[in-house]
Write a protein that binds this ligand. Structure first.
Ligand code: 16G
Length: 245
């Protein structure tokens, strides 16, 4: 960044020059995925430019998906996403899927509790208005990269303590004999809104996958109604097709 002031005569606005020099540093591998960027103040001092200029350049790069900002911990070079190939023929949990790939799984809670059900939840889970729904909403993170926002709804009778599920919903359901054995999954395209994009650390407006999963117990009863947003740049859903007849 120190060379910035010398090239200031070149005419391009300073923030564009700084943006380019950060982009170059990333492209040339001088700073790699996950590396922290120096603080706004350090960059401003080193390059002898104002913090407002630094902020403008950094915000541009965050919008472009080159950098990510994590609340309270700073600005980082965006992790390079290796796409996850996910089979559409097996009913597995996120924890199992990621563990099989040797990835470290973690979740951040967005919501958990018992609520009066919405009309959708009443219909899908077969609840009456006097029953409660258990909601478990999490940001699912693998190897420190947020991959999906999952909002699961279950009947409160099947999950009376949503806060007590630990790290895996399916593992908790298994303990009470409520692990689903079959699911119907609907996948559609969605452009990510501001708040979802912020959670998934991607630029607002990029493509995501909206996934709705309705899971059943062996008895045929619906156990889980989950609506998720998966990162479009991270997932390939793969199904095997066979000629029958
Ligand atoms: C998967 C499921 C989700 C389920 C979760 C349980 C999709 C696309 N996938 O991510 O429905 O609730 O696994 O994961 O919805 P867990 O046992 O790790 O909590």
């Amino acid at each position: 960044f120190a060379t910035l002031k010398q090239s200031a005569q070149s005419g391009a606005p300073l923030y564009l020059q700084l943006r380019k020099s950060i982009e170059d540093a990333v492209n040339r591998g001088l700073i790699g995925p996950g590396d922290a960027l120096p603080s706004e103040r350090d960059i401003a001092t080193k390059a002898d430019i104002s913090r407002v200029t630094v902020r403008k350049a950094v915000q541009d790069l965050v919008k472009g998906g080159i950098l990510v900002q994590r609340h309270g911990s700073g600005t980082f070079v965006a992790p390079r996403m290796e796409r996850v190939e996910q089979s559409l023929s097996r009913l597995t949990s996120f924890t199992e899927d990621m563990a099989r790939r040797g990835m470290a799984v973690r979740s951040a809670w967005l919501d958990r509790g018992l609520y009066a059900p919405s009309p959708d939840e009443m219909m899908v889970l077969g609840l009456s208005s006097s029953e409660l729904v258990a909601r478990v909403a999490r940001l699912r993170i693998a190897n420190d990269t947020p991959l999906a926002i999952e909002r699961a709804s279950l009947s409160a009778s099947a999950l009376p303590d949503p806060a007590g599920i630990g790290s895996s919903l399916y593992a908790a359901l298994e303990l009470t004999g409520n692990r689903p054995v079959r699911a119907v999954q609907r996948i559609s395209a969605a452009n990510l809104g501001d708040s979802d994009a912020r959670l998934l650390e991607v630029p607002a407006g990029v493509a995501g996958l909206h996934i709705e999963r309705i899971s059943y117990l062996a008895s045929g009863k619906v156990i889980e109604f989950t609506r998720s947003i998966y990162r479009g740049d991270a997932y390939d859903f793969v199904a095997e097709l066979r000629l029958t007849g």
